[in-house]
Design a protein around this ligand. Structure first.
Ligand code: COA
Length: 370
């Protein structure tokens, strides 16, 4: 047996959803650059689920289904009102998604059709849950979803209680596309491992949310915003980063297990960060980010990943810092559900081995002789 720490380089299954080949990221064989430029998030959801882009009537049908499926059971909204207001929104989301299963009559129906319908509900209802908790913790009433709105438009509308600008919708939609899937990332793998026991889709999604929450995965974007706040000024970038590197601290938003020459999503977010920070008069966030990138690349040879520039993009959109990772979950729900359905279609229990390095030939010692 050979042990591969962190499963680096291990190919754990075949998949036809998303590829990263020679640093190029594609969904269903289409380069992410083309999708970021031309597609909508709903088209990407369809692409991840079906492997092809939707025709006009297929897209309209999906948009209609998402609109009709967005209403969250009242019991779930009522239970969110009982959550402590100071918990992290990812913890709230993990619990809220788990409680959706309690009120879904199809929760245990393992047919392909039922799992597809549940996937639609998960995509449509996750933004509702995130926005509801964000408002309830401030003492505000949740805003009901508008079935006519896209996922991006609806989330910003439900969060702020007013219609977002076209610029905000476009930027948010692009961010959703860029975060939608990433083959066997930690949260997707966690979801696949869970459902490979043939448990229900909600259990798989709850595992995935738990994995995304960690700072080495989706939690990094929030940490980047905290770092930008802490650095505060352009002049403080160099001393701050040098000290962190000297202390062997990880700089959040840099490095990647798969990409060694840079994350193809980062350039889109860098450009969005440049434009949006300028529009809202927060250029210093972009300037600081560029300087951090130059320094970390020069000193460590590390490039920014998807989380680095998404931080200043979300700050510019007026989003609260601890909502950044739940927003990642809103988007990644598309990839998670695609992967879970793919796992069910061709399932085998995922059960690796461990290389035992503990003591051997030990004996039971009665408690009073230990
Ligand atoms: N800042 C500083 N050093 C970093 C670093 C970072 N962000 N990311 C990796 N390194 C260094 C490690 O310290 C290690 O150095 P060493 O060999 O001298 O000990 C080396 O690069 C390899 O890092 P490792 O953590 O083993 O790589 P990994 O493939 O296991 O981890 C990440 C990949 C993404 C978890 C890692 O790069 C990281 O922690 N990044 C910060 C968190 C982040 O942005 N996560 C979002 C990912 S999309």
């Amino acid at each position: 047996m050979t042990t591969t720490k962190g499963l680096e380089g291990v190919v754990a299954a075949q998949s036809s959803i998303c590829s990263i080949i020679d640093g190029v990221l594609c969904y269903g064989g289409i380069n992410i650059d083309e999708l970021a430029e031309n597609a909508t998030f709903e088209e990407v959801v369809y692409l991840l689920w079906h492997g092809v882009l939707p025709k006009r009537d297929q897209l309209s049908a999906l948009q209609k289904q998402l609109g009709e499926s967005a209403a969250v059971p009242q019991e779930v909204i009522d239970s969110i009102r009982t959550y402590p207001r100071d918990v992290h929104p990812m913890a709230a989301l993990r619990t809220a998604v788990s409680s959706l299963a309690l009120y879904d009559k199809e929760a245990q129906d393992m047919s392909l059709e039922a799992n597809y319908r549940k996937s639609i509900r998960l995509i449509a209802q996750t933004p509702v849950l995130v926005a509801a908790f964000a408002r309830i913790r401030k003492g505000l009433e949740p805003v009901a979803p508008n079935p006519q709105f896209s996922v991006a438009q609806n989330f910003l509308y439900m969060l702020n209680g007013k219609e977002p600008t076209g610029t905000a919708i476009k930027a948010f939609d692009t961010a959703l596309i860029l975060h939608a899937d990433h083959e066997f990332n930690a949260s997707t793998f966690a979801g696949r491992v869970t459902v490979a026991t043939l448990t229900d889709i909600y259990s798989g999604i709850v595992s995935a949310i738990g994995a995304l929450k960690g700072p080495l995965h989706g939690g990094a974007n929030e940490q980047v915003a905290a770092m930008l706040d802490e650095i505060g000024t352009i002049d403080n970038v160099e001393p701050y980063i040098r000290k962190a590197l000297d202390n062997k601290q990880k700089i959040m938003g840099f490095g990647h297990r798969v990409y060694k020459d840079g994350d193809p999503r980062a350039k889109w977010l860098r450009q969005m960060s440049k434009e949006l920070t300028q529009q809202v008069g927060r250029e210093e966030l972009y300037q600081m980010s560029i300087k951090i990138e130059d320094l970390v690349t020069k000193e460590k040879g590390l490039k920014p990943n998807v989380d680095f520039y998404s931080a200043s993009v979300y700050v510019s959109l007026g989003l609260e810092r601890d909502l950044f990772t739940p927003i990642f979950a809103i988007s990644r729900m598309s990839g998670w559900t695609a992967h879970i359905m793919e796992q069910y279609e061709n399932n085998r229990l995922i059960r690796p081995r461990a290389e035992y390095i503990g003591p051997v030939n030990q004996h039971y010692v009665p408690i009073d002789q230990r």
